[in-house]
Design a protein around this ligand. Sequence first.
Ligand code: MF3
Ligand code: CO
Ligand code: CO
Length: 265
Amino acid sequence: MSVSIKNQTEIEKMRVAGRLTSEVLDYIGPFVKAGVTTNELDKLCHDLIVEVQKGIPAPLNYAPGGHKPYPKSICTSINHQICHGVPSDKALKNGDIVNLDITVIKDGYHGDSSRMFYVGEPSIQARRLCEVTYQSMWRGIRAVKAGAYLGDVGHAIQSFVEPMGYSVVREFCGHGIGARFHEEPQVLHYGRPKTGLKLESGMIFTIEPMINAGKKDIKQLGDGWTVVTKDHSLSAQYEHTILVTDTGFEVLTVSDGCPPPPANV
Ligand code: MF3
Ligand code: CO
Ligand code: CO
């Protein structure tokens, strides 16, 4: 199996799916408040995707090898949950940080993006972790260009967060994406410059660093999906879907409400 190069027709469909994905995140933001349950957020997103966008929420019933089908339409990972948190009837509370990860299929193509949301006022430490994680994603994105290497992307992220005492989760990575949710290549969020796959224009993949405030070790919960930090430290993640171009990159998961790229990272 190799890394596919998308043609103009596919790229245009990925732009459409990417924009819808980002618009779900724009839409759900104002609902993220103390007292709301993650099941309520899941239903709001599901209904927007299905009834308004006429798309498909890719996580619902997604069952990659070795996993039971994912039971919900979005992932909601709170505080020390790293990724794949499953929505439930538990309410969010003031000070929580939550990652909402949205994947929309439209016209056969996937957009995949996630952001952190603050429930009321987060602690200074929680806010800092989210900001650094966002900056680290952008460090990775800015390393993307035809002729660059995937190792450059991982190194840009790792070399930024580790000196701050944060750690990079190793078990989960970014991924190629297109007509399938998870395609080649695997996009590690750590690495060495000038190693790994050489990027070519027309490749599309996600960059989605999971950064822990404490140690990098993970633990899988008994629900078969939710992944948490072993030391119970806070974890944050942001994700964009990226097209490689000759001059650099195009972020496909964009919308009017999308947070602006950070300066100076
Ligand atoms: N959206 C996740 C990613 O970024 C994958 C979630 S798989 C699910 O790759 F089944 F948990 F939804
Ligand atoms: Co992804
Ligand atoms: Co995702």
